[in-house]
Design a protein around this ligand. Sequence first.
Ligand code: CO
Length: 134
Amino acid sequence: MLGRLNHVAIAVPDLAAATATYRDTLGARVNQPQALPEHGVTVVFIDLGNTKIELLEPLGEGSPIAGFLEKNPSGGMHHICYEVDDIIAARDRLKAAGARVLGDGNPKTGAHGKPVLFLHPKDFTGTLVELEQA
Ligand code: CO
């Protein structure tokens, strides 16, 4: 069921500063910021060739990463995203196994225009997991 690593997401308090660190200090290829109001974040993707890093900054009130940044004020690893072929089949299999799907349990459209779901970190070794239909 589980496919490739699509990206690792890092929550940051200052997206411009974090982007500059990756672009200028680390010499990475960074994309333009993308506002995702439905997810309460602005994202910048860093293309590493074999995978991506997703920098996340809170957007608007009640951002889902606001609490994380309160606990981790300088930022930190927020989630990892795996690809699946069929997100509904994956969701149903995981729910049948007792895993908790966050939100209303239905996929939302993610930053790549593809359906995504998030899984409860307590069910996956303390790591928030995003699934993206590849
Ligand atoms: Co993500």
